[in-house]
Design a binder for this molecule. Structure first.
Ligand code: ADP
Length: 320
């Protein structure tokens, strides 16, 4: 098993020994050919490199396309998305409902296949991985945190935290477990079952479970969606600490601008494209940005309806 030190590298944030094929000299930006169609965002939105980019890349998507369905039911969930995530960085993925956030997260995590493009995870091209390889990747390199915690109700906190190791038949690194339990303040909750804990405590257990196998990347899907504001702040602060103190890489889907303000960087998706990319996002800034993107989408839909209605009207008139 990896030594604990390999995760505890605050300065560089390098938490995995696997060499990165991209090397240190990377361009950590996003590029997106069509993102310029959204005027609500400025030039850093896409096509330009993010000013971050000093650290190695944990995860990279290149020209990622994901379509669902066929023919009339065809949906372009991701349209040529290119984005890199640095090691030891906390990144938020934001965007309106249906913009492709979950699809991006699921494809990056090897949970869903892609239509075209490439995904490089820890320097490994996982694009053509078979199911067995993907299962192994998820087990060894990925940690998940969900909105609904997804703890097993019949097991106590300790058993829940150990679950990924139990399933993989791996032994527990006692030192690492103690460090996680202390960092997450779970010392006196270990024998409690989920029903005996608050939402915030359950999510802290879920975070420890995500971390127990020392994953390269943690994906969090609306981790504060079921929490009140006090517990949300607590959980987000802990996630921030994991990034700062343990060099953990976290990618978090959230619609909450306040949650995004805890991250190092927020990217915004709209209609399957990255339309904004902000370092050190501020809550008000992200909230304003999301509002203007929503207004633009509504405006586009309204003019499309107007155009369609106008065409029908013209057609009727010409047939009269
Ligand atoms: P978000 O997470 O931002 O709400 P999603 O990634 O869930 O967006 O969805 C992006 C687009 O893909 C939406 O138009 C959604 O309806 C569509 N979509 C997502 N999953 C499926 C699926 N399994 N089958 C068909 N369409 C899907």
């Amino acid at each position: 098993m990896e030594s604990m030190d390999s995760l505890a590298t605050p300065a560089g944030g390098v938490n995995n020994n696997a060499l990165n094929s991209d090397g240190a000299a990377n361009t950590n930006g996003t590029t997106n050919s069509a993102a310029g169609s959204f005027s609500a965002v400025n030039s850093t939105a896409a096509g330009a490199s993010s000013p971050m980019g000093e650290r190695p890349i944990a995860l990279r998507a290149v020209d990622l396309v994901k379509d669902y369905g066929k023919g009339e039911n065809l949906v372009h969930a991701l349209r040529d998305v290119s984005v890199s995530f640095e090691r030891g960085a906390f990144t938020a993925i934001m965007g309106p409902s249906g913009s492709g956030k979950s699809t991006l997260m699921h494809t990056l995590a090897g949970l869903d296949s892609i239509t075209s493009g490439q995904i490089i995870f820890d320097g490994q091209d996982i694009t053509d991985f078979n199911d067995k390889q993907l299962t192994l990747l998820r087990r060894e390199k990925v940690g998940f945190i969900f909105q609904s915690f997804n703890l097993l109700p019949m097991f106590d906190a300790r058993q829940n935290i150990f679950m990924p190791l139990t399933l993989a038949n791996k032994r527990v690194d006692k030192e690492w477990f103690d460090l996680l339990v202390n960092t997450l303040g779970l010392q006196d909750r270990l024998t409690h079952r989920p029903a005996e804990m608050s939402g915030g405590q359950q999510q802290r257990v879920a975070i420890a479970r995500a971390l127990i196998s020392k994953p390269s990347v943690i994906f969090a899907d609306e981790p504060t969606g079921n929490l009140d504001s006090v517990s949300s702040a607590e959980v987000l602060t802990l996630m921030r600490d994991l990034v700062n103190e343990l060099g953990q890489t976290i990618v978090m889907v959230t619609h909450d601008a306040t949650a995004a303000s805890y991250t190092d960087r927020a990217i915004i998706l709209a209609d399957g494209q990255i339309v904004a990319d902000r370092e050190h996002p501020q809550a008000q800034e992200m909230s304003d940005l999301l509002t203007s993107i929503m207004q633009e989408i509504v405006g586009k839909q309204a003019s499309a309806h107007h155009l369609a209605a106008h065409s029908v009207h013209s057609l009727n008139a010409s047939q009269a």
